[in-house]
Design a binder for this molecule. Structure first.
Ligand SMILES: *Cc1c(COP(=O)(O)O)cnc(C)c1O
Length: 230
């Protein structure tokens, strides 16, 4: 039998609260983003019924039908690789786009939003480990990108997102999470990120507790909530 989603959710929320306690943070300072890629609508609906609000999807083609089908007060985050030619649809479907990494894509988002007189919350994805094949802007290029984004008034820059290098041990992610928090602090000092409620999206099933200890405000959890993806 599949594990009950409500049980998994309760366990994850407990672990999140424990990590907050260890870090001297309020439990309300961290949101769980349920990563629902390749998870059917019925299981997503189960999570909604159990009180989950934030969901993350990676693929537009998959997300467009699911977003229509899921009922309830759900906030959708786009967490996949975003191409310029998909920016218009991403802006239409999602409340938050966590993976902005190029000015050209941001410009497309802005054009789509300006035409509709809307705004969109975004995060800038940082390639914190400086990996050659990884999405995200390099830490040293973040200030230039953010300065450019300031010219797009429809884009509400809320903070940073990262996926650290793959590791066998969750503890191996800690220095990368700390580096993202340090980078955000630096960018806040430069006036390029908001000082109030700056968001750090970091931590997945294996390492979300460590991410919270290092300052995460959004943790993106898939497997621990929905089970293994096929
Ligand atoms: C799939 C995915 C996750 C969730 O990973 P799990 O290990 O299943 O929790 C989080 N963030 C991103 C960007 C993902 O693609």
């Amino acid at each position: 039998m599949m594990p009950g989603i409500a049980d998994n959710l309760a366990r994850i929320r407990e672990a999140m609260a424990a990590a907050c306690l260890r870090a001297g943070r309020s439990p309300e300072s961290v949101q769980l983003v349920a990563v629902s890629k390749r998870v059917p609508v019925s299981r997503i609906q189960e999570a909604v019924a159990a009180g989950q609000r934030h969901f993350g999807e990676n693929y537009l083609q998959e997300a467009r039908n699911k977003i229509k089908a899921v009922a309830g007060p759900v906030i959708w985050h786009f967490i996949g690789h975003l191409q310029s030619n998909k920016a218009r649809e991403a802006a239409a479907l999602f409340s938050v786009v966590e993976t902005v990494e190029r000015r050209s894509v941001a410009q497309r988002l802005h054009q789509a939003l300006a035409a509709e007189g809307r705004r969109l919350e975004i995060l800038v994805q940082i390639n914190i480990g400086g990996e050659p094949q990884k999405s995200g802007v390099l830490p040293e290029a973040a200030s230039e990108l953010l300065a450019g984004l300031a010219t797009f008034p429809t884009l509400v820059v809320r903070g940073l997102m990262t996926i650290p290098p793959a590791a066998d041990q969750p503890e191996a992610s800690r220095p990368h999470f700390r580096a993202l928090a340090d980078l955000a602090a630096d960018l806040i000092r430069q006036g390029l990120l908001p000082a109030k409620d700056c968001q750090l999206s970091m931590g997945m099933s294996a390492d979300f507790s460590i991410a919270i200890e290092e300052g995460a405000t959004l943790v993106r959890v898939g497997t621990a909530l929905f089970g293994c993806r096929r």
